[in-house]
Every structure is written in C-alpha cells, then in structure tokens.
Write a protein that binds this ligand. Sequence first.
Ligand SMILES: Nc1ncnc2c1ncn2[C@@H]1O[C@H](COP(=O)(O)OP(=O)(O)OP(=O)(O)O)[C@@H](O)[C@H]1O
Length: 300
Amino acid sequence: MIAIESLTRKYGGLNAVDNVSFTAEPGRVTGFLGPNGAGKSTTMRILVGLTKATEGRTTILGRSYADLPNPGREVGVLLDASAQHAGRTGREILTIAQRTMGLPSSRVAAMLEQVSLTSSEADRRVRNYSLGMRQRLGIATALIGDPQVLILDEPANGLDPAGIRWMRDLLRGYANDGGTVLLSSHLLHEIEVIADDLVVIGRGRIVASGTKASLLQQAGTTVRASSGLADLEAALRSNGFDANPVPEGGLRTSADPELVGKLALAVGVALSELRTADGAGLEDMFLELTADTQREGAVA
Ligand SMILES: Nc1ncnc2c1ncn2[C@@H]1O[C@H](COP(=O)(O)OP(=O)(O)OP(=O)(O)O)[C@@H](O)[C@H]1O
C-alpha cells in the first residue's frame, strides 16, 4: 500500500505537485496518468526519498521510505532506466543489488530469466543495451528483492509491442499475487488495459481518480455529427443531460447511446459516430480534463 497525503512540491513559484492525495492499494495496479510535466516523476521521486516534499507526506507499507529497514526488499523502484551504470554489465548490476540486499546468488539468474534477458545479453555492458533492454534490466532490479510494492515511472518507454504485452502480464500477475503497483505514463492507452485504478494529474493537481470502471462510466457517451451538433446539445440539455464539446469535434454526454440516437432523430441531426463509454471515451475525457495542461494538443 502506498499513501500520498496532501503532497506539495514547489520549485520557486511553480507548484510542480500541488496538494496531491491518493492511495495505491495491494492487489491492484494503479495507473498514474498525466501529460508531460504534470508532476508524475516529482511525486514518485518524493515517494522514494530522492526529492523532498515542501508539504505533506508519503508512506509505503505505513512508513516513509527513509524508515524502511531494507527498502529493496519492500519496494521495487524503476524511475529512469537510462540512469544505470553504462560501464557495468546487466549481470553485474543485478549482482550488486543481490549482495546489497543480502539475497541468495540464485536470484540473479532467476531475474534474468523472468525479464527474458539471455545470458550473453546479461554479459554485455549496459551502454550497448537498447532502451527496451534497459527497461527489462530495470524491472529485474526492481523485482530482485521480491518486494510487496512496485513503483515504475514510464516503464513501457522503449518497449516494443511484444515487450509491452510481456510487461502487462508480469505486472498483472504481480498484482494478482497481492502486490501493489504504481506505474506512470503520459499515454492513456498504455495503461488503461492494465490499470485497475487511475489517478489523473494535470499541472500538479489531481483532476480525476477512481476505479477504471467508474471513470469509464463518467466518460459517458461520445457522439459526433458533421452538422447540427448545437441542436443536439440543446435537446440533450433540455432533457436534463450534460452535453460538453470534446476535442476534435463532437459531444460527450451522460445520456445513454439509445437516447442520444432518438434525440438526434427528433431534431433531424445525422450522426457520424455514436459510441458508449470505452477506451476512446476515456481518452476524450482525459484530453478534456488535461486540455489546459497540454503542450501539443493531443497526447496519445
Ligand atoms: N529539479 C527541478 N527544478 C525545477 N523544476 C522542476 C524540477 N523537477 C521538475 N520540475 C518541474 O516540475 C514540473 C513537473 O515535472 P515532472 O518531471 O514531475 O513531470 P512529469 O509528469 O513526470 O512529466 P514527464 O511525463 O514529462 O516526465 C515540470 O514543470 C518540471 O519542469
């Protein structure tokens, strides 16, 4: 279990993290989602004691990171896969972690196998690793102490589609065995498949959080038409439903698709798209929630 309570981190006049509170629960994968610069890495760095909070507190398994007696045995951390010592081999990096944590030497080979790094890859220097191989090695280092909690910052970076699938399965299995997983991404589609819970952050503030199922429900129905949207919006509102424009044209509404179709017919609007809450609806909601925090418009 990870708990973040009223966390604020200021850099000069900037609130990089602004009064953030949420928990990540055992047995669940919590996706920490937000556009570039939203405050995800800062929050994670504070969690593992690399950055100081200006206000608020964070705990892992009920204690601050600094108070964990053998942190690697309790929490596995992957913040920046490129930060590994480039002159060491993957096997050396894992061996150092194994010795530091007082683990049996057999853990090194077991971890290499778990992340599918071959013996010859393990004996190559990290400077010759692809980013995907560094991510695998980083995940192996995070898992070597058999921790109950995993904190991963953008772990899918550099992985190919098969690698992303592999990581999802690994994290799903880990959470199913009772582990707590907090993973960040700026790409909704990367974590919506795996996350049970989502915490959405924009400009340092939490803009939405909850189970994926509840957020999907809030995402409602998305409807598009090449003309007449204003009439449809008015009809929805006069029937007591929300109707809000979404990026790239269209409306998102709390009315169910069948009703939206009937109202569209009644006001003579030909629809080009009508769909119920799904990943795309969630994406519309994510873009809308973080619209004023985007640098380049779309994120996914
Ligand atoms: N050491 C620092 N000094 C000054 N500003 C910082 C520092 N670290 C982070 N920031 C700022 O804090 C804000 C949040 O950054 P952070 O790296 O936490 O975002 P992020 O959500 O992880 O983004 P990304 O997806 O791009 O990694 C940004 O505006 C960033 O420029």
